[in-house]
Design a binder for this molecule. Sequence first.
Ligand SMILES: Nc1nc2c(ncn2[C@@H]2O[C@H](COP(=O)(O)OP(=O)(O)O)[C@@H](O)[C@H]2O)c(=O)[nH]1
Ligand SMILES: [Mg+2]
Length: 273
Amino acid sequence: MMAGRVIAAHGRHYQVELDDGQLRQCYTRGKKTGICVGDYVDIEPQGQDEGRIERVHERRNLLYRSDEMRAKQFAANVDQLLIVVAVEPLFSEDLTGRALAGAFSADITPVIILNKCDLAESLPRARALLSDMNALGVRIIETSTLQPQALRDSLLPLLANKTSLLLGQSGMGKSSILNILVPEARADTQEHSIALGTGKHTTTSSRLYHLPGADGDLIDSPGFQAFGLKHLGQTEVEQGFPEFAHTARIADSIIARTGTNPVVGCWQPKNRG
Ligand SMILES: Nc1nc2c(ncn2[C@@H]2O[C@H](COP(=O)(O)OP(=O)(O)O)[C@@H](O)[C@H]2O)c(=O)[nH]1
Ligand SMILES: [Mg+2]
């Protein structure tokens, strides 16, 4: 048996990086599914470069979304969720709130990256939309891929010694950011696809990359247009939305003064650190 980590998943084929750096194409025994990028596994080597996944180690966490029909896993064993939003096209507040709620409930630290900050005219509007997120204690980092060195300087220290997951709606600049942080990724951006006339630029599956010159991993994920939270209770969902945080702060202060909870059944105040 050899231990490793799943760095890519395509259907039921998994690319596993073994502890010694060796890469193997792996599959599972029988119909076992549900393994995802970031999972630590034990494999039984098969031939030169294949293997069979025999065991999935217990996960520290798992980020996923779910709707009426099914659950979709983003990644496992993640320290940090980087939610990429852009000045233009303007991001969805609802999706951002849902991603935040998903991260909080999975015990993953969210960070918002506001990209395309070179678009000065629309920047104030995007900043105003995000200012409420401060109420949730979420760190916001402003970037522009037109200034790659500044982008590296502000993001790389944050990524050291951690596994971070890049998530965002398509068009926000995820692939462009990934290419600056991990040049060997050579992720297709919208620009490439327009130049090539292929119209095909979307990342279709998640993949884990090592940051060059630093200990830290970055997982790229397909863009998302939905973030169902069927698996969470209302209280957990509300934790991603500043308007509820406002209610919670008022509730917390009333509790501190009077010892009674004014919003029983609506919000369970919680120590959010
Ligand atoms: N002005 C500006 N455009 C950007 C920036 N980052 C990405 N873009 C452009 O936005 C489009 C979408 O970028 P892409 O990386 O493909 O986004 P993704 O769909 O989130 O992976 C492309 O045309 C990029 O060139 C930025 O910081 N500033
Ligand atoms: Mg992309």
